[in-house]
Write a protein that binds this ligand. Structure first.
Ligand SMILES: NC(=O)c1ccc[n+]([C@@H]2O[C@H](COP(=O)([O-])OP(=O)(O)OC[C@H]3O[C@@H](n4cnc5c(N)ncnc54)[C@H](O)[C@@H]3O)[C@@H](O)[C@H]2O)c1
Length: 367
């Protein structure tokens, strides 16, 4: 089953939880509230067939609780498929904390959130996502062992973002190989939208390769810093989607490929870190395919972060992390070839492999 992004208004017309189109057979949803710290969080546990549900915590100022719920459901579902296609023994889960991370995040709130995670006894393992830092995970670690992405000084694998960026770079190269017959990105115009933890590290790889990098962000300070550091240009126009480019790398938030943008996009390849880039997997996945735009599925190519935090659970080192992340290149190329062979979208080709693995494990588990 695929899912769509819909407006807050539309969401309210559907049954509150089980009826949401992003629900897609979630096993469990936990609503967490704490009056003293102001914590309002939702933990989504989509599927635990392959293992405990692992996925980051996002802190964001949602316009409504509907949006927060829809976001966590979409994200946790995505984690199920991300871990499955990457070959990890993990299920899919995610958490959102409602509020502005810059003004509302306190150590007390993070620890209280950690206590809720702890109450699930390991069925959900948290990590960092948008609005979170490694130091926040260190606070969560004080109250629960069910957290990854803690500081290296505290025995963790550290910040996953550089590894995520490396995986995205590998996926982008595979998409280039598929489209152009060569994976060399030198001279290609790549627009990186969102130059946060992952985006900046991606800019570094692209600059080293000699790509023509253009960056965009809503944060002026970051634009200034990153453009100077890597000598890359800043997008100053008013409609980034209409910009001439070879590759579009969405590294901010999801659903940027939607009804408003899809016909404007001139890129030949889309490969970025953001989760759930297609507002509607079906509709926009097919439209990209029809327009000949190669889409490297987000949940496949942004798996570097989860590979990195999985190392904390499985006790493997940096070398294995890099090997697994580099393999994203092969998997991405294989999926793009499959989508061509069977005339299906790349997203569907990736989903099919992930679902196959989950179904096989379900049968094994029931024996
Ligand atoms: N950090 C990881 O390891 C990881 C792993 C998998 C997926 N992701 C996904 O990748 C994306 C980026 O993650 P991150 O850790 O770099 O987050 P981040 O918060 O560090 O960076 C996001 C950046 O996007 C910018 N931004 C927000 N809205 C924007 C807009 N409309 N236009 C342009 N820029 C905008 C922000 O100002 C910020 O600089 C997220 O969607 C996240 O879920 C991250």
């Amino acid at each position: 089953m695929t899912i769509d992004t819909i407006s807050s208004k539309e969401l309210t017309k559907i049954d509150p939880v089980f009826g949401q189109n992003s629900f897609d057979n979630h096993e469990q949803i936990v609503f967490c509230n704490d009056k003293d710290t102001g914590l309002k969080a939702i933990i989504g546990i989509h599927n635990t067939v392959l293992g405990p549900a692992l996925g980051g915590t996002r802190m964001w100022s949602y316009n409504s609780e509907w949006e927060a719920l829809n976001d966590v459901l979409r994200l946790s579902r995505g984690m199920t498929f991300k871990s499955a296609i990457t070959g990890l023994n993990l299920g899919g889960g995610k958490a959102v904390i409602i509020g502005d991370s810059k003004t509302m995040k306190t150590p007390e709130l993070m620890k209280r959130f950690g206590e809720f995670v702890n109450s699930l006894s390991g069925k959900y393992i948290t990590a960092e996502d948008v609005g979170m830092e490694t130091s926040d995970m260190d606070l969560v670690r004080e109250v629960t062992p069910y957290v990854t992405g803690i500081s290296e000084s505290k025995g963790g694998a550290g910040n996953p973002s550089p590894i995520t960026a490396y995986g995205v770079f590998m996926g982008m190269k595979a998409a280039a190989k598929f489209k152009y017959g060569t994976d060399v990105l030198e001279g290609k115009k790549v627009v990186v939208q969102g130059i946060g933890h992952v985006g900046e590290a991606l800019v570094e790889h692209l600059s080293c390769e000699g790509a023509h990098v253009v960056i965009s962000d809503i944060n002026e300070e970051r634009l200034d810093l990153v453009s100077k550091k890597y000598d890359v240009s800043i997008y100053r126009g008013s409609d980034i989607y209409s910009e001439d480019m070879d590759i579009y790398a969405p590294c901010a938030l999801g659903a940027t490929i939607n009804d408003d943008t899809i016909y404007k996009i001139k890129a030949e390849i889309i490969a970025g870190a953001a989760n759930n880039q297609l507002a509607s997997e079906n509709k926009h996945g097919k439209l990209l395919q029809e327009r000949g735009i190669v889409y490297a599925p987000d949940f496949l190519i942004n798996a570097g972060g989860i590979i990195n935090v999985y190392a904390e659970l499985e006790n493997y080192g940096k070398q294995e992390i890099m090997r697994k992340t580099e393999n994203i290149y092969n998997t991405c190329l294989e999926i793009l070839e499959r989508s061509k062979q069977y005339n299906i979208t790349s997203n569907d080709a990736a989903l099919a492999i992930a679902l196959e693995r989950i179904e096989e494990r379900k049968i094994e588990n029931s024996k």
